[in-house]
Design a protein. Structure first.
Length: 559
């Protein structure tokens, strides 16, 4: 097809001399700039040495300014600013790609079958790891699974499986025995801070460990060496750019993970930009407080923020609620961090000028976060702090206006709504659901939205986020008209959430998020226009190429 072949015309351009190739010009039927002063254009020029945009405008105007510049002709394709995932986990994605994929499994038997197939790739005695199980989707009951469901197939090999949301683990008896021998017995009536061991009537662990309890088993999984960690991260990065991502806000990055990312950046191996957020009140935050905010000289890696945790997840009933779960009386969920410890961490970050982003899903969890933010910010709440609540999934209607009042960003993931819509109201009931996944309520209150995926909890593809945001339907078009359709976003709002608003949430608006002079030439070439295409086709847009600093980091294969 011509539009793919035209993008490939870049290759001879790259062979030109440095003087000739200093400026390049992109031609396309439509360039969506994200700039309200000039929403569309037909051409864009950039400096190939600095990777910054020089001019955006009509083809006639740009070619008049740079008549001899090498041209990249994208034909009838549409160009949009580089897509930014405002909440994701690159290292976790890399690990997941090397494990058994359990997403979409319809029952326990299917999970065992997938695990048996994956086990053939393992060495004797190696842990069998997987991710993606979701009891809410099973056709053989929605109760938590047990170790017994795995033991017949894997009596000796330790098995540990992360739930789809990463907030619960499922272990077999072999894994439980390893944990029990190495530490405190998992039996009894005690519970770890910020977690829950699911037990039977006799006080014995059933095999599921929620939130903080999962570390009692996962801590015994052998660590990877540096070569394996690098290989996995590179695989995650490759997958990200192939889906049109030019930036990721990586939530919960350890000191060791940042060092790995820095090594890749030093070697020129980072194909996209990473806004890394430190993993809680630990060593990486200590480094920021001691040494100042981190920026790599290459412009593709920084750490200016910290990601904290308040509660668990809704699917595993760990989200902290103000009242009982509607489908689980006497259960209010879990606080992963005590309010006192949370306030200590927030004050520490504030004193170090570190941006705070906090995971909060339940209405109680969100209220504690907002209360703490308001208390710590105090008289300087009007400063340009851009603190964030990650997920803001179920929020009391009276608390939603507080986001705008406090200048707090609602960092939300559209695919969470369409993944959860089949059972979310069962969890919280018909009244609380009004404040759940309520994107338009935030916008109408004056709050900022930043959109992401939370991959690998959801898929890495931002096109699925655009589709979910605009339709609030699954990929089969259900329910008709969309779930809670009044909360749908327009195509313009959805694209903005993955571009300029995501950039703003990372304090990056002077670098990326729009296509205009002076900003980085980060862009994506799509086969159709996401603003004008039918909403039902948003998930089927084709990524023809992904560009960072004016250089292609991904090109689709020519049919």
């Amino acid at each position: 097809m011509r539009r793919i072949a035209c993008v490939a015309l870049l290759l001879p351009c790259l062979s030109l001399s440095p003087a000739q190739a200093e400026v390049k010009v992109l031609l396309a039927q439509t360039i969506r700039t994200g700039d309200s002063a000039q929403p569309t254009a037909g051409a864009m020029a950039w400096d190939s040495q600095t990777g910054r945009v020089l001019q955006v405008g009509s083809a006639e105007a740009v070619l008049k300014t740079y008549p001899k510049a090498p041209k990249v002709d994208a034909g009838k394709a549409t160009v949009v600013p580089g897509l930014i995932d405002a909440h994701a986990h690159l290292v976790y994605l890399g690990n997941t790609l090397a494990q058994a994929d359990l997403t979409g499994a319809r029952n326990r038997a299917e999970i065992v079958q997938r695990l048996q197939a994956f086990e053939k790739t393992l060495a004797p005695g190696e842990w069998l790891l997987g991710r993606g199980w979701d009891q809410n989707r099973w056709d053989d009951g929605t109760d938590f699974p047990t170790a017994a469901d795995l033991d017949a197939a894997f009596p000796e090999r330790p098995v540990y499986l992360d739930r789809v949301d990463g907030h619960a683990g499922w272990a077999n008896s072999a894994a439980l025995r390893i944990a029990g021998k190495a530490g405190k017995s998992l039996s009894g009536d005690w519970q770890p801070d910020g977690g829950r061991i699911v037990r039977d009537g006799a006080g014995k662990p059933t095999g599921v460990l929620v939130d903080g309890a999962s570390e009692l088993v996962s801590a015994h999984i052998p660590a990877l060496d540096d070569a394996a960690r690098e290989k996995r991260l590179l695989a995650a990065l490759e997958l990200a750019v192939s889906n049109g991502l030019t930036g990721v806000h990586d939530m919960g990055v350890s000191r060791e993970d940042l060092a790995l990312m820095r090594r890749l950046a030093d070697a020129g191996k980072l194909p996209l930009r990473i806004d890394a957020y430190a993993n809680g009140n630990h060593e990486a935050l200590d480094d920021l407080c001691r040494n100042g905010l981190y920026d790599h000289a290459g412009g593709r890696l920084k750490m200016h923020g910290v990601k904290l945790f308040m509660d668990g997840a809704l699917g595993s009933r760990g989200a902290a609620m103000l009242a009982d779960y509607s489908d689980d009386p006497h259960n209010h969920g879990l606080l992963v961090t005590s309010p006192a410890d949370f306030e200590t961490a927030v004050r520490k970050a504030d004193g170090c000028k570190v941006q705070v982003a906090t995971h909060a899903i339940g209405d109680r969890g969100n209220r504690i976060v907002l209360d703490t933010y308001e208390k710590v910010l105090g008289t300087h709440k009007d400063n340009d702090h851009r603190w964030r609540v990650e997920h803001a999934q179920v929020v009391s209607l009276e608390d939603i206006p507080r986001f705008a009042k406090l200048g707090v960003i609602a960092s939300m993931q559209p695919t969470h709504a369409t993944s959860d819509m089949g059972w979310a109201e069962q969890r919280v009931g018909p009244e609380r659901i009004k404040g759940a996944y309520a994107w338009q309520r935030y916008l109408h209150s004056g709050a900022r939205l930043a959109l992401g995926s939370d991959f690998p909890v959801e898929q890495v593809d931002p096109r699925l986020g655009l589709y979910s945001a605009v339709t609030r339907q699954d990929r089969d078009g259900q329910p008709p008209g969309g779930w809670q359709p009044e909360q749908r976003l327009s195509a313009e709002e959805a694209v903005r959430g993955f571009t300029s608003d995501a950039a703003w949430a990372g304090h990056d608006e002077t670098q990326v998020g729009r296509l205009q002079a002076g900003l980085r030439a980060d862009f994506v070439v799509l086969d159709r226009d996401p603003i004008t295409v039918a909403p039902a086709q948003l998930d089927d847009l084709k990524v023809l190429s992904t560009w960072v600093d004016g250089e292609p980091v991904f090109k689709a294969a020519t049919p």
